[in-house]
Design a protein around this ligand. Sequence first.
Ligand code: ZN
Length: 222
Amino acid sequence: MIIYGTNSKLLKQAPLENQVCDNCNERQTELLIYSSYAHIFWIPLFPYKKRAIMHCSHCQKATEEKQMPVDKKDVISALKSSVPTPKYLFSGLAIIALLAAYLTYAGGVKQKQTADFFENPNIGDVYTLKDETEPTEYKYYLWKVVDVTEDSLFVSYSSFSYNGKVKKLDAEDGFYDVYYGLDRELVNEMKAKKEIVDIVRDYSESSGFNRTINYQLDSMSM
Ligand SMILES: [Zn+2]
């Protein structure tokens, strides 16, 4: 659940000299300047409006700007614009900007890493591939690099297809103990056509990428 809304912060409190309260006739009127701001989880996101309120500290009557005497309008608007909006009321926007910058940076690092992995394949690398011709939603399948030569990549396939990128194999899934040699030119073409969507290396044991399935047994059970 995202909690958001608006709030206001008192920026300035100033006595209004010689201002008689129209309620109690006392001269104890002060001017309050507030900044309204939007917040998300109580972190100020951005300020959007300054409000002026005339307040009698004797009878507590509060007067909104629209109801204030016309001759006070200039003083009020001058005071309003002289009060700076505190920078921290933009905290949320700053956090969002930092987060966006970080995600862009992390995305760039990840992309470069995938390109490096592709250029210099290692035994054990797990490729996620996307087959756009697959009519069902299970368009993603996996390869695991078993051997690399100058012109070929030897890979084994996982037994399942998935409906998205996976960080973890299904508990029943694993890589077959048989493998195929692929011409690296063909693999390059697949990469150019964006059929290779991800490459991971140094994965944890819990990813299941180290599980092997006996191909003979699996095909006999079908
Ligand atoms: Zn009053």
